[in-house]
Design a binder for this molecule. Structure first.
Ligand SMILES: [Ca+2]
Length: 211
C-alpha cells in the first residue's frame, strides 16, 4: 500500500511500491499490462489484474466507471496521470450506480432466493446492491375499512395466501395440516382473549406507569 503522508519511503520513485501495484489512468488502455508506463484505463480492469497477481491498484487522478471490489485488492488514488507523483491535487473519482435488483415482495420464495443469492455475492466481495421488493398493503386505512375502492387482484397478492397455495399445489403440505395450524393459532388467540377478559381491570393508580 502507499506510504503514509505521501512519502516514497522505499525510494522506488513512487508513493507505495511499484512492483506491488497495477496502475490505472485516464491516459491508459485496458489492453495495457497495467504498469506505470503502460497503465490500464479502467480501475475495474486494474482490479481484475491485481486480484490475479495479489497486487493493489494505484489509480491516477480522473474519472472512472463503476468498480466491483475484489477481495484483498486495495484501491489507492491521488496519483498524477503524467508523473505518478501522489498529491492531494489529484482526485481519483469512481462513480457508478450500485446494481439494483427487483423482486416480488409478495412471493416469499422469490424474496428468499433473491436475498440468498445477493448475500452470497456480497460475501464473495461484490456489492453493494440495492434490493427492491414490491408488496401490497392488505389492511385498510382504519379498523373496519372494507376497502371497496380496491380490486380483488390486490388481495390475490396476499403473501401468506400465495405461500399457502404454492405449498399445497406442490404437495409440500396438505390442506388438512394447514387447517390444523390455523386452528391452533385461532385457539391461542381465543385463550389470550379469554385470559384478558377474565383479568381484573388495572388499578387507576397505574395509569401513569411506564409513561
Ligand atoms: Ca515507494
Amino acid at each position: 500500500m502507499p506510504d503514509l503522508s505521501f512519502v516514497d519511503s522505499n525510494c522506488d520513485g513512487i508513493d507505495g511500491t511499484e512492483t506491488d501495484a497495477v496502475f490505472a489512468s485516464p491516459l491508459g488502455d485496458n489492453a495495457n499490462p497495467g504498469t506505470k508506463a503502460e497503465p490500464k484505463r479502467g480501475v475495474q480492469a486494474a482490479v481484475l489484474a491485481a486480484a490475479a497477481d495479489g497486487k493493489d491498484v494505484y489509480a491516477a487522478g480522473g474519472e472512472y466507471g463503476r468498480v466491483e471490489a475484489a477481495s484483498g485488492v486495495g484501491i489507492y488514488g491521488g496519483y498524477g496521470p503524467e508523473t505518478w507523483k501522489r498529491d492531494s491535487a489529484f482526485v481519483t473519482s469512481i462513480t457508478g450506480v450500485p446494481e439494483g435488483i427487483f423482486a416480488d415482495g409478495t412471493d416469499l420464495e422469490a424474496v428468499y432466493t433473491t436475498a440468498v443469492g445477493l448475500v452470497d455475492r456480497l460475501r464473495s466481495g461484490e456489492g453493494p446492491f440495492l434490493l427492491e421488493l414490491s408488496t401490497v398493503r392488505i389492511g385498510g386505512h382504519y379498523e373496519g375499512d372494507a376497502q371497496p375502492y380496491r380490486s380483488d387482484d390486490v388481495f390475490a397478492r396476499d403473501p401468506i395466501l400465495r405461500l399457502r397455495a404454492s405449498l399445497v399445489e406442490r404437495g409440500i403440505v396438505g390442506v388438512e395440516e394447514l387447517v390444523l395450524v390455523e386452528y391452533r393459532i385461532h385457539a391461542e388467540i381465543e385463550a389470550a382473549f379469554a385470559f384478558a377478559s377474565a383479568s381484573p381491570y388495572p388499578d387507576p393508580s397505574e395509569v401513569g406507569a411506564h409513561v
